[in-house]
Design a protein around this ligand. Structure first.
Ligand SMILES: Nc1ncnc2c1ncn2[C@@H]1O[C@H](COP(=O)(O)OP(=O)(O)OP(=O)(O)O)[C@@H](O)[C@H]1O
Length: 607
């Protein structure tokens, strides 16, 4: 049997690195600027431990484009490299000096903010270059060196002169990559990846980054204004955020960041991908799908974790145990923050509810841990606005009047208080409380929460006549004789014969209640709503006609007048109009039926 190490031939690996290592060519800037930042940070570390005793001076990193000579040059004043170091770190592909440095200095607590890990980043320069040159002078007393390579496995290394300590990387841009010689293109890449790098970065002498973004500071050093200003820096055109959470974890993983709750109102604006992921202040991605729980994707802000590698791939993130922990941590922090505001400043919590309610409900439906916490601060707003109840508070207020025969608390809700005004009015006049359930997630939320909350049932305010919202009641006495009822029933049935989904029901309600009330069964309406929301326009439920009950209030005085009407045609029309008025109030009268109603009304107005 033979054992051995697989040998990688550089002839084979170079084209692979050049072509396939990074699908996005623009990231060469991120890699090289990161190396320059690393070199600068390393020098600072050496100075702080007393190994480097010289002048640090300005430590800016400069990026310059020379269109005429077709070069891009990235220069730093970091530790530089000796000839031996170039040989070790650059000539040996995938031998990372960063890793070695971190290992050496980790006990001093200074190595942690080094970006490079794999020892491949430098080679991304060959994706856009015919030739790359390194001119470097180490901080140690050693001659400057010049390294040159044209992308073949052969390189040249020689002594040269460089006035000062540091490194220049000169890329001779190839014909396919001339776009990178445009100032605008380079600037936008720098702004994307390097906007918050910790060392000043200058593009043609203009600093493009903020080296000390808010999330890298301690919460105690920051004022409300600082947080708001940082939000503005991130999202210049957004409304001010409602509140924020400063994340700061160092065990069992490293994570810092600030998450902002944006103002979003009821409309579920599709502003996903607003959270940016950084690793040691280097921009990685705005695809944070697996790091941030889905229900919090609408949050804005920044997460920075050196535990997430720069070249993240989706499949990597999904499987990573750290990522799952980050996810759980963020959920907990958000729940704790909401709980804190709820307990310490209920008024402000309620003012924000129109924006936060959506998150909270969505979170309660999708995340059991969040549900546990949020159950304490979920509130329901009274239909009149301004009064908010938790479940316990609502139960206290309503259980005397709104507990049904099965012992269940019936929560009466309105999805649109303006449209459902007459029903809200009728319910309120019976002493019921009606709460708002207006957001996009409410239909689904109600279904979920009914399963979770014991002995609670939701009923939309127009699901039945007010008398029957809690329990179906027997008819009250009707003032109509049996004969009169039969006559009226016949007219209603005749008028509605083309609409078999409408069930006519005679009840003796209060004389001042509406003469005809149209209600839609809770069950069927919910099924249809859900089919609509989930886009199943052709599903079985959505194909079914609406199940509508038309309750005729036999005690309304208008029926006495109608029964007295001698003109049979006019009598039919009056009844039809009453039915149409009720349908109209439920937005169920449209098209030709609506036109006919208008014509008929005009005719009836003639004297
Ligand atoms: N500007 C620079 N100044 C000093 N040393 C540098 C510079 N650029 C690269 N090096 C050295 O070369 C090594 C290899 O760089 P390379 O970018 O290929 O890998 P890395 O930064 O270690 O890891 P990664 O693949 O994650 O970028 C670095 O670790 C560092 O020691």
């Amino acid at each position: 049997m033979q054992k051995g190490a697989i040998r990688v031939q550089t002839e084979n690996i170079f084209p692979i690195i050049k072509k396939f290592l990074y699908s996005d060519h623009e990231i060469f800037i991120r890699e090289l600027v990161s190396n320059a930042v690393d070199a600068t940070q390393k020098l600072k570390t050496l100075a702080s431990v007393g190994e480097f005793k010289g002048e640090l001076g300005e430590l800016d990193i400069t990026v310059k484009v020379d269109k005429e000579n077709k070069t891009i040059t990235i220069s730093d004043r970091g530790i530089g490299m000796t000839a031996e170091e170039v040989d070790k770190y650059i000539n040996q592909v995938a031998f990372s000096g960063a890793e070695e440095f971190v290992n050496k200095y980790k006990d001093q607590g200074n190595g942690a903010n080094i970006i490079g890990h794999f020892g491949l980043g430098f080679y991304s320069s060959f994706m856009i270059s015919d030739k790359v040159e390194i001119i470097s002078k180490s901080w140690k007393d050693a001659p400057a060196v010049r390294w040159e390579c044209d992308g073949s496995p052969e390189y040249q290394l020689e002594e040269t002169t460089r006035a000062d300590r540091g490194t220049d990387i000169v890329m001779y841009v190839n014909e396919d990559s001339l776009e990178f010689l445009e100032d605008g293109r380079v600037r936008s890449i720098l702004e994307k990846f390097c906007r918050f790098l910790p060392v000043p970065i200058k593009f043609h002498d203009e600093q493009i980054n903020n080296p000390t973004p808010a999330w890298t500071k301690k919460p105690s050093e920051l004022t409300t204004e600082d947080y708001q200003n940082f939000y503005k820096e991130l999202y210049p055109f957004s409304e001010p955020p409602l509140f924020w959470i400063h994340l700061n974890v160092d065990y069992p993983f490293n994570l810092t960041g600030i998450l902002y709750f944006p103002a979003i109102k009821k409309t579920y604006e599709m502003q996903k991908d607003k959270i940016n992921l950084y690793s040691n202040q280097v921009y990685v991605t705005d695809e944070v799908k697996d790091i941030v729980p889905e229900f919090l994707m609408l949050l804005h802000g920044v997460i920075d974790s050196p535990d997430i590698p720069l070249n993240v791939s989706r499949s990597y993130l999904q499987g990573d145990p750290n990522v799952r922990k980050i996810n759980a941590h963020i959920t907990k922090k958000v729940a704790d923050k909401l709980d804190e505001i709820f307990r310490n400043d209920r008024k402000s919590f309620e003012e924000k509810w129109e924006h936060t309610g959506l998150f909270v409900k969505y979170g309660m439906m999708t995340d059991d841990k969040f549900y546990e916490k949020a159950n304490k601060f979920l509130v329901m707003e009274d239909v009149d606005g301004g009064t908010f109840y938790t479940l316990d508070e609502l139960r206290n207020e309503t259980q005397a009047l709104q507990t049904n025969k099965e012992g269940k608390l019936v929560i009466i809700y309105s999805t649109n208080p303006v449209q459902q005004d007459s029903y809200v009015w009728a319910a309120k006049s019976k002493g019921y409380k009606v709460v708002k359930m207006e957001t996009l997630v409410d239909a689904a939320f109600i279904n979920t929460i009914e399963q979770k909350w014991d002995n609670v049932q939701f009923t939309r305010v127009d699901a039945d006549i007010a008398d029957n919202l809690i329990d179906a009641n027997e008819n009250k006495d009707s003032v109509l004789t049996e004969e009169q009822t039969t006559k009226l029933k016949d007219i209603f049935t005749f008028q509605l014969q083309s609409q078999p989904n409408i069930k006519v029901d005679f009840k003796g309600l209060a004389a001042d209640a509406q003469p005809v009330i149209v209600t839609r069964s809770e069950f069927m309406r919910r099924m249809k709503d859900m089919a609509a929301v989930s886009g199943q326009a052709n599903s079985w439920y959505s194909q079914l006609p609406d199940e509508i009950t038309m309750t005729v209030n036999a005690n309304h005085p208008i029926y006495q007048d109608i029964l007295k009407e001698a003109d049979g045609g006019r009598q039919q029309k009056l009844v039809r109009n009453l039915a149409d008025l009720a349908l109209l109030s439920q937005h169920l009268l449209t098209g030709a039926d609506l036109t006919a109603f208008v014509h008929r009304s005009v005719e009836l107005l003639k004297v």
